[in-house]
Design a protein around this ligand. Structure first.
Ligand code: SAM
Ligand code: SF4
Length: 360
Protein backbone atom coordinates (compact mmCIF):
# COMPACT_ATOMS: atom_id res chain seq x y z
CA UNK A 1 0.00 0.00 0.00
CA UNK A 2 2.77 2.39 0.95
CA UNK A 3 4.62 1.63 -2.33
CA UNK A 4 1.56 2.58 -4.41
CA UNK A 5 1.16 5.78 -2.39
CA UNK A 6 4.77 6.79 -2.94
CA UNK A 7 4.58 6.01 -6.64
CA UNK A 8 1.61 8.36 -7.00
CA UNK A 9 3.57 11.33 -5.72
CA UNK A 10 4.75 13.96 -8.19
CA UNK A 11 8.19 14.33 -6.55
CA UNK A 12 9.81 11.64 -4.42
CA UNK A 13 11.87 12.46 -1.33
CA UNK A 14 15.12 10.80 -0.22
CA UNK A 15 13.10 8.73 2.28
CA UNK A 16 10.67 7.63 -0.46
CA UNK A 17 13.56 6.55 -2.67
CA UNK A 18 15.13 4.61 0.18
CA UNK A 19 11.85 2.89 0.95
CA UNK A 20 11.51 1.80 -2.68
CA UNK A 21 15.18 0.81 -2.90
CA UNK A 22 14.72 -1.51 0.09
CA UNK A 23 11.51 -3.04 -1.24
CA UNK A 24 11.76 -6.77 -1.85
CA UNK A 25 8.11 -7.80 -2.02
CA UNK A 26 7.50 -9.13 -5.58
CA UNK A 27 4.12 -7.38 -5.86
CA UNK A 28 5.63 -4.05 -4.86
CA UNK A 29 8.57 -4.57 -7.18
CA UNK A 30 6.13 -5.10 -10.04
CA UNK A 31 4.40 -1.84 -9.16
CA UNK A 32 7.76 -0.06 -9.33
CA UNK A 33 8.65 -1.55 -12.72
CA UNK A 34 5.19 -0.86 -14.14
CA UNK A 35 5.39 2.77 -13.04
CA UNK A 36 8.87 3.15 -14.53
CA UNK A 37 7.73 1.67 -17.84
CA UNK A 38 4.69 3.96 -17.89
CA UNK A 39 6.94 7.00 -17.39
CA UNK A 40 9.36 5.73 -20.05
CA UNK A 41 6.49 5.43 -22.53
CA UNK A 42 5.28 8.94 -21.76
CA UNK A 43 8.66 10.71 -21.66
CA UNK A 44 10.84 8.92 -24.21
CA UNK A 45 8.50 6.46 -25.96
CA UNK A 46 8.66 2.67 -26.27
CA UNK A 47 11.69 3.04 -28.50
CA UNK A 48 15.11 1.54 -28.00
CA UNK A 49 18.12 3.39 -29.37
CA UNK A 50 21.22 1.48 -30.39
CA UNK A 51 24.80 2.63 -29.94
CA UNK A 52 27.28 0.22 -31.54
CA UNK A 53 30.09 -0.20 -29.03
CA UNK A 54 33.67 -0.22 -30.38
CA UNK A 55 36.13 -1.14 -27.61
CA UNK A 56 39.21 -0.15 -29.57
CA UNK A 57 42.00 -0.56 -27.01
CA UNK A 58 42.65 -2.09 -23.61
CA UNK A 59 45.77 0.00 -22.93
CA UNK A 60 45.20 2.00 -19.78
CA UNK A 61 47.26 4.33 -17.60
CA UNK A 62 44.89 3.86 -14.67
CA UNK A 63 44.79 1.12 -12.08
CA UNK A 64 41.19 0.97 -10.84
CA UNK A 65 41.06 -1.87 -8.27
CA UNK A 66 38.02 -3.55 -9.87
CA UNK A 67 38.85 -3.49 -13.57
CA UNK A 68 40.26 -6.42 -15.55
CA UNK A 69 42.28 -4.23 -17.94
CA UNK A 70 43.91 -2.05 -15.25
CA UNK A 71 47.51 -1.06 -15.93
CA UNK A 72 49.04 -3.51 -13.44
CA UNK A 73 47.15 -6.54 -14.71
CA UNK A 74 49.88 -8.78 -16.10
CA UNK A 75 47.54 -11.32 -17.66
CA UNK A 76 46.10 -9.08 -20.34
CA UNK A 77 47.17 -9.26 -23.96
CA UNK A 78 47.19 -5.58 -24.84
CA UNK A 79 45.81 -4.35 -28.18
CA UNK A 80 45.16 -1.12 -30.01
CA UNK A 81 42.95 -1.40 -33.08
CA UNK A 82 44.25 0.44 -36.11
CA UNK A 83 42.24 3.11 -37.85
CA UNK A 84 41.24 0.80 -40.68
CA UNK A 85 39.66 -1.72 -38.29
CA UNK A 86 37.84 0.97 -36.31
CA UNK A 87 36.47 2.53 -39.49
CA UNK A 88 35.40 -0.89 -40.73
CA UNK A 89 33.38 -1.38 -37.53
CA UNK A 90 31.96 2.14 -37.89
CA UNK A 91 30.92 1.37 -41.46
CA UNK A 92 29.21 -1.83 -40.30
CA UNK A 93 27.33 0.20 -37.67
CA UNK A 94 26.32 2.78 -40.27
CA UNK A 95 25.25 0.22 -42.87
CA UNK A 96 23.25 -1.68 -40.28
CA UNK A 97 21.42 1.54 -39.47
CA UNK A 98 22.34 1.74 -35.79
CA UNK A 99 22.31 5.56 -35.81
CA UNK A 100 25.12 6.02 -33.27
CA UNK A 101 28.30 4.48 -31.98
CA UNK A 102 30.39 4.60 -28.83
CA UNK A 103 34.18 4.74 -28.93
CA UNK A 104 35.47 3.25 -25.70
CA UNK A 105 38.95 2.32 -24.46
CA UNK A 106 41.26 2.33 -21.51
CA UNK A 107 42.47 5.78 -20.55
CA UNK A 108 45.41 7.53 -22.21
CA UNK A 109 46.24 11.20 -22.15
CA UNK A 110 49.20 11.48 -24.54
CA UNK A 111 49.09 13.61 -27.69
CA UNK A 112 49.44 10.61 -30.01
CA UNK A 113 46.24 9.13 -28.56
CA UNK A 114 44.36 12.44 -28.52
CA UNK A 115 45.19 13.12 -32.16
CA UNK A 116 44.33 9.55 -33.17
CA UNK A 117 40.88 9.86 -31.61
CA UNK A 118 40.38 13.30 -33.16
CA UNK A 119 41.16 11.90 -36.63
CA UNK A 120 38.97 8.83 -36.12
CA UNK A 121 36.01 11.00 -35.11
CA UNK A 122 36.43 13.14 -38.24
CA UNK A 123 36.73 10.11 -40.50
CA UNK A 124 33.64 8.46 -38.99
CA UNK A 125 31.70 11.65 -39.64
CA UNK A 126 32.99 11.65 -43.20
CA UNK A 127 32.20 8.02 -44.00
CA UNK A 128 28.64 8.43 -42.74
CA UNK A 129 28.03 11.82 -44.35
CA UNK A 130 27.65 13.23 -40.84
CA UNK A 131 24.84 10.80 -40.07
CA UNK A 132 26.39 8.66 -37.30
CA UNK A 133 26.11 10.10 -33.79
CA UNK A 134 29.32 9.69 -31.80
CA UNK A 135 29.54 9.05 -28.05
CA UNK A 136 32.92 8.85 -26.34
CA UNK A 137 33.86 6.88 -23.24
CA UNK A 138 37.57 7.63 -22.92
CA UNK A 139 37.95 8.61 -19.30
CA UNK A 140 39.36 11.73 -17.68
CA UNK A 141 40.94 14.31 -19.97
CA UNK A 142 41.59 18.04 -19.77
CA UNK A 143 39.24 20.67 -21.15
CA UNK A 144 41.32 21.25 -24.27
CA UNK A 145 41.18 17.57 -25.24
CA UNK A 146 37.43 17.34 -24.67
CA UNK A 147 36.99 20.48 -26.79
CA UNK A 148 39.11 19.07 -29.63
CA UNK A 149 37.04 15.89 -29.71
CA UNK A 150 33.78 17.89 -29.54
CA UNK A 151 34.90 20.13 -32.42
CA UNK A 152 35.86 17.03 -34.40
CA UNK A 153 32.23 15.85 -34.20
CA UNK A 154 31.60 13.84 -31.02
CA UNK A 155 28.54 15.04 -29.13
CA UNK A 156 27.94 12.70 -26.16
CA UNK A 157 30.35 11.62 -23.42
CA UNK A 158 30.05 8.90 -20.80
CA UNK A 159 32.15 9.16 -17.68
CA UNK A 160 30.95 7.09 -14.77
CA UNK A 161 31.55 8.42 -11.30
CA UNK A 162 31.47 4.73 -10.17
CA UNK A 163 30.01 5.73 -6.77
CA UNK A 164 29.07 9.09 -5.31
CA UNK A 165 30.36 7.95 -1.90
CA UNK A 166 33.82 9.57 -1.72
CA UNK A 167 35.11 7.16 0.93
CA UNK A 168 34.04 4.14 -1.08
CA UNK A 169 35.58 5.69 -4.20
CA UNK A 170 38.88 5.98 -2.31
CA UNK A 171 38.78 2.32 -1.32
CA UNK A 172 38.18 1.29 -4.94
CA UNK A 173 41.15 3.17 -6.34
CA UNK A 174 44.86 3.36 -5.55
CA UNK A 175 45.89 6.48 -3.66
CA UNK A 176 48.58 7.52 -6.13
CA UNK A 177 47.23 10.97 -6.95
CA UNK A 178 45.87 9.77 -10.32
CA UNK A 179 42.51 8.43 -9.14
CA UNK A 180 40.63 11.35 -7.79
CA UNK A 181 36.87 11.68 -7.21
CA UNK A 182 36.95 15.49 -7.37
CA UNK A 183 38.65 15.40 -10.76
CA UNK A 184 35.86 13.26 -12.16
CA UNK A 185 33.33 15.89 -11.12
CA UNK A 186 35.46 18.62 -12.71
CA UNK A 187 35.58 16.56 -15.93
CA UNK A 188 31.79 16.10 -15.94
CA UNK A 189 31.30 19.85 -15.52
CA UNK A 190 33.81 20.69 -18.29
CA UNK A 191 32.03 18.30 -20.63
CA UNK A 192 28.72 20.01 -19.93
CA UNK A 193 30.21 23.48 -20.45
CA UNK A 194 31.71 22.47 -23.78
CA UNK A 195 28.31 21.33 -25.02
CA UNK A 196 28.42 17.54 -24.76
CA UNK A 197 25.37 15.56 -23.71
CA UNK A 198 26.77 14.16 -20.49
CA UNK A 199 26.30 10.70 -19.07
CA UNK A 200 27.49 9.18 -15.85
CA UNK A 201 26.72 6.14 -13.75
CA UNK A 202 27.76 3.88 -10.91
CA UNK A 203 28.52 0.24 -10.26
CA UNK A 204 25.86 -1.51 -8.21
CA UNK A 205 26.43 -4.13 -5.54
CA UNK A 206 29.94 -2.99 -4.71
CA UNK A 207 31.43 -4.41 -1.51
CA UNK A 208 30.74 -1.86 1.22
CA UNK A 209 27.97 -0.07 -0.72
CA UNK A 210 24.64 0.40 1.08
CA UNK A 211 21.17 1.09 -0.30
CA UNK A 212 21.57 4.57 1.25
CA UNK A 213 24.61 5.03 -1.01
CA UNK A 214 22.55 4.04 -4.04
CA UNK A 215 19.88 6.58 -3.14
CA UNK A 216 22.63 9.21 -2.82
CA UNK A 217 23.74 8.18 -6.32
CA UNK A 218 20.27 8.98 -7.64
CA UNK A 219 20.34 12.37 -5.93
CA UNK A 220 23.83 12.92 -7.34
CA UNK A 221 22.51 12.30 -10.89
CA UNK A 222 19.86 14.93 -10.23
CA UNK A 223 22.33 17.43 -8.78
CA UNK A 224 24.60 17.06 -11.77
CA UNK A 225 21.58 17.32 -14.07
CA UNK A 226 22.82 14.46 -16.25
CA UNK A 227 21.41 13.68 -19.69
CA UNK A 228 22.22 9.99 -19.72
CA UNK A 229 22.93 7.17 -17.31
CA UNK A 230 24.91 4.00 -17.94
CA UNK A 231 25.15 1.83 -14.83
CA UNK A 232 25.33 -1.83 -14.09
CA UNK A 233 26.20 -4.41 -11.47
CA UNK A 234 29.74 -4.83 -10.21
CA UNK A 235 31.17 -8.14 -11.42
CA UNK A 236 34.29 -9.75 -9.99
CA UNK A 237 37.39 -9.69 -12.15
CA UNK A 238 39.66 -12.40 -10.74
CA UNK A 239 43.10 -10.88 -11.15
CA UNK A 240 42.29 -7.51 -9.57
CA UNK A 241 42.79 -6.36 -5.96
CA UNK A 242 39.02 -6.20 -5.38
CA UNK A 243 38.51 -9.52 -7.16
CA UNK A 244 40.99 -11.20 -4.87
CA UNK A 245 39.64 -9.62 -1.72
CA UNK A 246 35.92 -10.04 -2.36
CA UNK A 247 35.65 -13.17 -4.54
CA UNK A 248 33.65 -15.06 -1.91
CA UNK A 249 32.14 -12.05 -0.18
CA UNK A 250 30.36 -10.18 -2.97
CA UNK A 251 26.54 -10.20 -2.75
CA UNK A 252 24.64 -12.82 -4.77
CA UNK A 253 24.08 -12.38 -8.52
CA UNK A 254 20.32 -12.26 -7.97
CA UNK A 255 20.64 -9.46 -5.43
CA UNK A 256 22.94 -7.42 -7.67
CA UNK A 257 20.60 -7.84 -10.64
CA UNK A 258 17.61 -6.89 -8.53
CA UNK A 259 19.36 -3.77 -7.22
CA UNK A 260 20.52 -2.93 -10.76
CA UNK A 261 16.96 -3.12 -12.06
CA UNK A 262 15.66 -1.05 -9.15
CA UNK A 263 18.29 1.60 -9.89
CA UNK A 264 17.13 1.78 -13.52
CA UNK A 265 13.48 1.98 -12.50
CA UNK A 266 14.03 4.61 -9.81
CA UNK A 267 16.22 6.70 -12.15
CA UNK A 268 13.37 6.67 -14.68
CA UNK A 269 10.74 7.48 -12.07
CA UNK A 270 12.81 10.21 -10.43
CA UNK A 271 14.55 11.83 -13.44
CA UNK A 272 11.98 11.00 -16.16
CA UNK A 273 13.25 12.27 -19.54
CA UNK A 274 16.89 11.14 -19.57
CA UNK A 275 18.42 8.30 -21.58
CA UNK A 276 19.14 5.15 -19.57
CA UNK A 277 21.14 2.19 -20.87
CA UNK A 278 20.51 -1.46 -20.07
CA UNK A 279 24.17 -2.47 -19.91
CA UNK A 280 26.01 -5.64 -20.89
CA UNK A 281 27.01 -6.22 -17.25
CA UNK A 282 23.32 -6.82 -16.39
CA UNK A 283 23.27 -9.61 -18.93
CA UNK A 284 26.57 -10.83 -17.53
CA UNK A 285 24.74 -11.82 -14.35
CA UNK A 286 21.35 -12.72 -15.80
CA UNK A 287 20.77 -14.05 -19.34
CA UNK A 288 17.59 -11.94 -19.50
CA UNK A 289 19.20 -8.93 -17.81
CA UNK A 290 18.95 -6.52 -20.70
CA UNK A 291 15.28 -7.31 -21.44
CA UNK A 292 14.49 -6.82 -17.77
CA UNK A 293 16.39 -3.52 -17.93
CA UNK A 294 14.17 -2.32 -20.80
CA UNK A 295 11.09 -3.39 -18.84
CA UNK A 296 12.37 -1.44 -15.85
CA UNK A 297 12.62 1.78 -17.86
CA UNK A 298 15.88 1.71 -19.86
CA UNK A 299 15.72 2.94 -23.48
CA UNK A 300 19.28 2.48 -24.79
CA UNK A 301 21.27 -0.63 -25.73
CA UNK A 302 24.94 -0.73 -26.59
CA UNK A 303 25.49 -3.84 -28.73
CA UNK A 304 29.15 -4.83 -28.87
CA UNK A 305 30.46 -4.25 -32.39
CA UNK A 306 34.14 -4.64 -31.54
CA UNK A 307 35.82 -6.87 -34.14
CA UNK A 308 35.75 -10.54 -33.14
CA UNK A 309 39.50 -10.93 -32.63
CA UNK A 310 39.60 -8.21 -29.95
CA UNK A 311 36.44 -8.98 -27.96
CA UNK A 312 37.94 -11.52 -25.59
CA UNK A 313 40.84 -9.19 -24.82
CA UNK A 314 38.56 -6.44 -23.53
CA UNK A 315 37.57 -8.34 -20.39
CA UNK A 316 36.60 -5.86 -17.71
CA UNK A 317 35.18 -8.67 -15.56
CA UNK A 318 34.74 -12.46 -15.49
CA UNK A 319 32.41 -14.16 -17.97
CA UNK A 320 31.65 -11.06 -20.02
CA UNK A 321 28.74 -12.03 -22.33
CA UNK A 322 28.81 -11.90 -26.15
CA UNK A 323 32.58 -12.28 -26.53
CA UNK A 324 32.19 -15.27 -28.82
CA UNK A 325 29.53 -13.63 -31.00
CA UNK A 326 29.98 -11.61 -34.16
CA UNK A 327 28.37 -8.19 -34.63
CA UNK A 328 25.82 -9.85 -36.95
CA UNK A 329 24.88 -12.44 -34.32
CA UNK A 330 24.52 -9.70 -31.69
CA UNK A 331 22.24 -7.74 -33.98
CA UNK A 332 19.86 -10.68 -34.52
CA UNK A 333 19.90 -11.70 -30.89
CA UNK A 334 19.16 -8.20 -29.61
CA UNK A 335 16.37 -7.56 -32.08
CA UNK A 336 14.55 -10.60 -30.65
CA UNK A 337 15.16 -9.40 -27.11
CA UNK A 338 13.74 -5.93 -27.80
CA UNK A 339 10.67 -7.36 -29.52
CA UNK A 340 9.99 -9.69 -26.60
CA UNK A 341 9.61 -6.65 -24.34
CA UNK A 342 7.17 -4.89 -26.68
CA UNK A 343 9.59 -2.06 -27.55
CA UNK A 344 10.62 -1.02 -31.03
CA UNK A 345 14.17 -0.44 -32.27
CA UNK A 346 14.61 3.13 -33.48
CA UNK A 347 16.91 2.27 -36.37
CA UNK A 348 18.91 5.13 -37.86
CA UNK A 349 18.08 7.64 -35.13
CA UNK A 350 20.60 9.37 -32.87
CA UNK A 351 18.22 9.07 -29.95
CA UNK A 352 19.50 12.12 -28.11
CA UNK A 353 18.36 12.75 -24.57
CA UNK A 354 15.18 14.88 -24.54
CA UNK A 355 16.41 16.25 -21.23
CA UNK A 356 19.39 17.90 -22.95
CA UNK A 357 17.19 19.89 -25.33
CA UNK A 358 14.80 21.01 -22.61
CA UNK A 359 17.73 22.56 -20.74
CA UNK A 360 19.00 24.52 -23.73
N1 SAM B 1 38.47 3.87 -19.21
C1 SAM B 1 37.24 4.56 -19.33
C2 SAM B 1 36.65 4.88 -17.98
O1 SAM B 1 37.05 4.27 -17.00
O2 SAM B 1 35.75 5.74 -17.96
C3 SAM B 1 36.22 3.83 -20.18
C4 SAM B 1 36.27 2.34 -20.15
S1 SAM B 1 35.92 1.60 -18.58
C5 SAM B 1 36.32 -0.05 -18.88
C6 SAM B 1 34.13 1.60 -18.57
C7 SAM B 1 33.46 1.19 -17.30
O3 SAM B 1 33.66 -0.19 -17.07
C8 SAM B 1 33.92 1.83 -16.04
O4 SAM B 1 33.39 3.12 -15.86
C9 SAM B 1 33.44 0.84 -14.97
O5 SAM B 1 32.24 1.26 -14.36
C10 SAM B 1 33.16 -0.44 -15.78
N2 SAM B 1 33.83 -1.58 -15.14
C11 SAM B 1 35.16 -1.79 -14.99
N3 SAM B 1 35.37 -2.90 -14.25
C12 SAM B 1 34.15 -3.41 -13.92
C13 SAM B 1 33.71 -4.54 -13.17
N4 SAM B 1 34.58 -5.36 -12.58
N5 SAM B 1 32.38 -4.75 -13.04
C14 SAM B 1 31.50 -3.93 -13.65
N6 SAM B 1 31.84 -2.85 -14.37
C15 SAM B 1 33.16 -2.59 -14.51
FE1 SF4 C 1 41.24 1.95 -17.04
FE2 SF4 C 1 38.61 2.58 -17.21
FE3 SF4 C 1 39.46 0.14 -16.34
FE4 SF4 C 1 39.84 2.28 -14.80
S1 SF4 C 1 37.83 1.43 -15.43
S2 SF4 C 1 41.36 0.68 -15.22
S3 SF4 C 1 40.25 3.85 -16.33
S4 SF4 C 1 39.70 1.00 -18.37
Amino acid sequence: MKTAEILNKEKLTREDLLYLMNTEDPKDLNLIYEKAYEIKEKEVGKKVFYRGLIEFSNNCIKDCNYCGIRRSSGNVERFFMDKKDILESARWIYENNYGSLVLQSGERQDEEFILFVEDVIKEIKELSGGKLGITLSLGEQNRETYKRWFDAGAHRYLLRVETSNKELYKKMHPQDGKHNFENRIICLKELRNIGFQVGTGVMIGLPGQSTEDLVEDLLFYEKLDVDMIGMGPYIISDETPMGEEYRDKVMSKEKRVSLGLKMIALSRIYLKDINIAATTALQGLDPLGREKGLKAGANVLMPITTKDEYRAKYQLYNDKPCIDDTADQCKGCLAGRVKSVGDEIAYGEWGDSPHFFKRK
